[in-house]
Write a protein that binds this ligand. Structure first.
Ligand code: NAD
Length: 433
């Protein structure tokens, strides 16, 4: 099939490259000229394992190309995906739909045949109706159907998630749209990926409900971790003890510094606003947002406590800045709040992140970047593991101790064993253990 992808960011680029890999012909479109120029030159706008090879292979095979010209990109498209950003609107937490609305207007002007317009961006319930209305007003004669197809990929594992999803959700009101989407995803039906076809509004809500549930699950175990610290229990064993219950499941029960990233913070806020607009309250989601905001700041205080109550004039080495490993995404990363708290308390910050440095430079002020973990800890008064990159999982502890000015380690991802740390003479602080 012929597919156009509006927006060549995380979701648009990964989805476009994967659809091309299934054998479809895909044009990825973006308004960002520099991004498109780079993609044409084989330079990826994001760090995502395996993406550069996947893009190169499919460009070479003639199934994937990039353009800023939507008329060219949509010329023969049977399906057009909207994969533009839906960030939090400043001030109120509503999803900012201005990019989606602009994309709908752009698409409307190019419809020349029956076209399925598929919303892959995460959007509030009813956005499909609005997109349909915008297209109808802009191009009254256009023959089209609007569908919802939320994306569940995880950054850092995006290609595997797209190709082997837990499920595919398709929200349609028009059987022609269902037929086109089923054909597009047919390679995955053959892999027996469960496909759920619903109404459009249900599909839109599934995405927010899934992200909110995961945010609740993480926040739950984080609060249990706080209780473990007060009671002498071990949160990793509690997580295993509850996770073996099939009704609960073992995933998303790693206690840590709080969730961040490009999705959970904005999607939980947007869901709360959607509920309010419909005169409903989602109290559990509201409590989750509040608990998570507090937690990220509390992690700064935890580091200060580990340093004996003050970090004024001290140097703190931060290992890992991105919101999770295997991505360079810094959006709403816990490291930002932690570093702000430490800097406000007078600390000097040195840091290392394997992939996130460029994005971090745009967000963090007065941070000194070092090329690896050992260089980061040299002369520091404490090392704080904020992101569980593989390269931090098996550090040479004797070397670490010899480089640090004080043997203080704060492990916010629980990747080390306390007995091992203590054997090496560290003052070791973990989460919920
Ligand atoms: P992104 O910011 O990485 O990419 C969006 C791209 O759209 C940008 O390159 C931007 O220049 C482009 N764009 C904006 N308006 C355009 C227009 N009118 N025409 C063409 N291009 C346009 O965003 P993302 O992380 O890919 O997220 C996109 C959507 O997918 C969001 O709604 C997000 O919530 C959702 N989502 C993201 C993830 C994730 O892990 N990042 C996962 C699932 C769902």
């Amino acid at each position: 099939m012929r597919v156009a992808m509006i927006g060549s960011g995380y979701v648009g680029l990964v989805s476009g490259a994967c659809f091309a890999d299934f054998g479809h012909h895909v044009v990825c479109i973006d308004v960002d000229q520099a991004k498109i120029d780079n993609l044409k030159a084989g330079i990826m706008p994001i760090y995502e394992p395996g993406l550069d090879e996947l893009v190169a292979t499919n460009v070479e095979a003639g199934r994937l190309r990039f353009t800023t010209d939507i008329a060219d990109g949509m010329a023969d498209a049977e399906a057009v995906f909207i994969a533009v950003g839906t960030p939090s609107r400043r001030g109120d937490g509503h999803a900012d739909l201005s990019y989606v609305h602009a994309a709908a207007r752009d698409i409307a002007r190019q419809i020349r045949r029956f076209t399925v317009v598929v919303n892959k961006s995460t959007v509030p319930v009813g956005t499909g109706d609005v997109v349909e209305q915008i297209i109808r007003e802009t191009a009254p004669d256009a023959d089209f159907a609007v569908a919802s197809n939320p994306e569940f990929l995880r950054e850092g594992a995006a290609i595997g998630d797209f190709k082997r999803p837990d499920r595919i959700v398709i929200g349609v009101e028009d059987p022609r749209a269902r037929a086109v989407l089923e054909e597009l995803y047919r390679p995955l039906f053959l892999n027996e990926a469960p496909i759920l076809v619903t109404g459009r509004r249900t599909s839109e809500l599934i995405k927010y409900a899934a992200n909110a549930f995961l945010a609740v699950k993480i926040t739950f175990i984080n609060e249990i971790a706080d209780l473990c610290e007060k009671t002498g229990a071990n949160v990793q064993q509690v997580a295993r003890g509850i996770g073996l219950d099939k009704r609960i499941g073992p995933k998303f029960l790693n206690a840590g510094p709080g969730y961040g990233g490009s999705c959970f913070p904005k999607d939980t806020l947007a869901l709360i606003r959607i509920a309010e607009e419909h005169e409903t309250r989602l109290r559990i989601v509201e409590a989750t947002v509040e608990a998570n905001d507090r937690r990220k700041l509390a992690m700064g205080d935890k580091v200060i406590a580990a340093c004996g109550g003050s970090v004024a004039g001290r140097t703190i080495a931060i290992l890992g800045l991105t919101f999770k490993p295997e991505t360079d995404d810094m959006r709403d990363a816990p490291s930002i709040d932690i570093i702000n708290v430490l800097q406000a308390a007078g600390a000097r910050i040195v840091a290392h992140d394997p992939e996130g440095e460029n994005q971090a430079r745009a967000i963090l002020k007065d941070v000194e970047y070092r090329p690896d973990a050992y260089a980061a800890v040299e002369g520091a008064d404490a090392a704080v593991i904020v992101t569980e990159w593989d390269e931090f999982r098996a550090l040479d502890l004797a070397r670490l101790k010899s480089l640090l000015a004080a043997p203080v380690i704060v492990d916010l991802r629980n990747i080390y064993r306390r007995d091992e740390m203590e054997r090496h003479g560290f003052a070791y602080t973990a989460v919920g253990r």
